[in-house]
Design a protein. Structure first.
Length: 66
């Protein structure tokens, strides 16, 4: 098991971006009628969080030293 338990800048950034994606998608679902473009933008933001994590991890920001 990892010593840092996900407490790295890369993990925090990815979770923050993913949370933003969930909020945007949820807002899109609350419109009446449902706004599918807003929903899909939220989904795209959520997928972008994976890219954010991979890029930051390759920059070395996924180690416990930061």
């Amino acid at each position: 098991m990892s010593d840092n338990h996900g407490n790295t800048p890369a993990a925090w950034a990815a979770v923050t971006v993913a949370m933003l994606g969930f909020v945007v998608a949820g807002i899109g679902l609350m419109f009446d009628p449902i706004s599918l473009p807003v929903f899909w933008v939220g989904v795209a933001i959520g997928v972008a969080s994976l890219v954010v994590f991979v890029v930051m991890a390759k920059m070395g920001l996924n180690s416990s030293g930061h």
